[in-house]
Design a protein. Structure first.
Lengths: 285, 221
């Protein structure tokens, strides 16, 4: 095996500039891919969080006394589907409304009295966000006479699910396309290499070099090079994520990195692909 | 050591070829094959080297049988030194590196220092070449000498020489012939093709003649 690498280094001694170019190309490609993955991962994570959160807002009739409101809150808290219940007083309700309206909240200042009733914010457990449970909860809420009307965020779930599906499809297509581009790009480079050294490879074969003797250095070199560049890309993507986290934390955004296993799998996968695609023209060997 | 058994070979897109060759070459023999050009004498050597496979019949070389052992060609080649014709080298490398590559392929020895010593001794013993000279700068006859020296490195059991004396002067040819005879006496089997039938006969070496794809002995000509 040692002799195989010695011969490889003697014959292909002027390949280093190609190796360097290849390394830079891989580094850029891998880094872009990882950042692309982090972006999609965060979008997906956000959609999961939003999609698994269903809240009911139950608005009480104007003359409902506080005792009945507290009583009903306790009843609803005991429902198995309910995660938490909170009473929103009219003053708090108007404050929330003002915040959500932003600059346009001035319109609320023209009101003489607060029109908002006392409201119950009922948060549903993620396991009970399906249509069946939502209908059950709605039916139960309808039976309470002190509730004027209610609303739920469930109606947005359908569109969130369809957006999530599209995001996932785009992400999968992106991964497939990326792997294909890597394989193709490395293959083209390797073909260029073969064209340059075709006579040397033929002579090596004539001198008695076996297939393994010639192939192993190519595979190992492709694997190791990709291992280094993908590790560097991973480090770069971590750096970019931490930079964005610092920059965006003030705006209330949190960016999360991919799970460590994904990074390890990525490094291993691209290294193996690079090793295989570095085989110079199977037919020639 | 080498045995051709009813062997025929025809090129896929060419007419002619080798026809029904039967020949046994014992260990330590030195045989020459003469033929005018285009009589497939290189093909005969390429068959022994496993470069081409018999179209029919059998070929036994050392412990290998062809065409059955086609996948073991690289193992066979570790035991064969072949002076190719036309000459083929890594032209951008030095004389020393050309021999080093050949030996690194053929030897199982892992210590580079030891391999380099063998290479240096080979250059010193068999050639007058500058080890650091690039092969592309050598003359044809210098390349021819390097070609033979390369075939001799790595302690081959069989030596195949394809027209090895082309463009060499008389003294040089004499030196090499004596060396080959010495090598064959030490047990190396040598098969050489020549373009001058008188040359091997002058040294008492058994010569075969190729005619229309058939291998003939002196008395069958």
């Amino acid at each position: 095996m040692k002799n195989s690498f010695r011969v490889f280094n003697i014959i292909f001694n002027d390949r280093f500039y190609m190796l360097a170019l290849n390394g830079i190309f891989q580094y850029v490609l891998y880094t872009l891919f990882l950042l692309f993955s982090v972006f999609f991962y965060n979008v997906n994570d956000y959609l999961i969080k939003v999609g698994s959160k269903v809240t009911f807002y139950a608005f009480f009739k104007k003359d409902t006394d506080n005792e009945n409101i507290v009583k009903l809150k306790k009843i609803i808290e005991n429902w198995p589907e309910v995660k938490s219940v909170r009473i929103i007083k009219p003053e708090e309700g108007i404050a929330i409304l003002k915040k959500s309206l932003g600059k346009e909240s001035n319109i609320l200042n023209t009101l003489d009295t607060n029109p908002l009733p006392v409201t119950l914010q009922i948060n549903i457990k993620p396991a009970f966000t399906e249509k069946f449970y939502i209908n059950q909860i709605s039916d139960r809420l309808k039976k309470f006479e002190i509730i004027e009307w209610y609303d739920t965020t469930e109606k947005y779930l359908g569109s969130i699910i369809s957006v999530r599906k599209s995001v996932t499809n785009v992400f999968i297509a992106g991964i497939v396309l990326f792997l294909f581009i890597i394989f193709l790009a490395l293959k083209i480079m390797s073909k260029g290499f073969v064209n340059k050294y075709i006579d040397s490879i033929k002579l090596l074969k004539m001198l008695g070099a076996s297939r393994a003797f010639m192939l192993i250095p190519f595979i190992v070199e492709g694997f190791v090079e990709s291992l280094i560049t993908s590790s560097l890309s991973t480090a770069t993507s971590f750096y970019v994520i931490s930079y964005l986290q610092n920059e965006l934390s003030e705006l209330g955004f949190t960016i999360i990195a991919l799970p460590l296993e994904i990074y390890l799998l990525f490094i291993l996968l691209v290294s193996v692909i690079a090793g295989i695609s570095n085989i110079p023209g199977k037919k020639l060997l | 050591m080498i045995r051709f058994e009813n062997l025929s070979y025809s090129y896929p897109n060419k007419t002619g070829g080798l026809r029904n060759i039967n020949l046994t070459i014992e260990k330590g023999s030195f045989v020459c094959i003469y033929a005018p050009t285009a009589e497939f004498k290189t093909t005969l050597l390429n068959l022994i080297y496993g470069e081409v496979l018999p179209s029919s019949g059998k070929l036994y070389v050392l412990d290998y049988t062809f065409p059955e052992d086609r996948k073991k060609v690289s193992q066979l080649r570790k035991n064969i030194g072949y002076a190719f014709h036309p000459l083929s080298f890594f032209d951008e490398l030095t004389v020393r590196k050309n021999l080093l590559v050949n030996l690194l392929i053929k030897q199982k020895e892992k210590k580079l220092k030891h391999i380099e010593t063998i290479v240096d001794e080979t250059i010193q013993t068999f050639t007058k070449l500058n080890p650091l000279e690039l092969v592309k700068n050598l003359s044809y006859s210098e390349k021819q000498v390097l070609n033979i020296a390369r075939a001799l490195t790595g302690d081959p059991l069989i030596l195949l020489l394809d027209d090895p004396f082309k463009h060499l002067d008389k003294d040089e040819i004499d030196k090499w012939m004596k060396l080959f005879i010495e090598k064959s006496l030490s047990g190396i089997t040598i098969v050489a093709t020549v373009s001058n039938p008188a040359l091997p006969q002058n040294y008492g070496i058994k010569t075969f003649f190729m005619k229309k794809g058939r291998l003939l002995e002196e008395n069958e000509k």
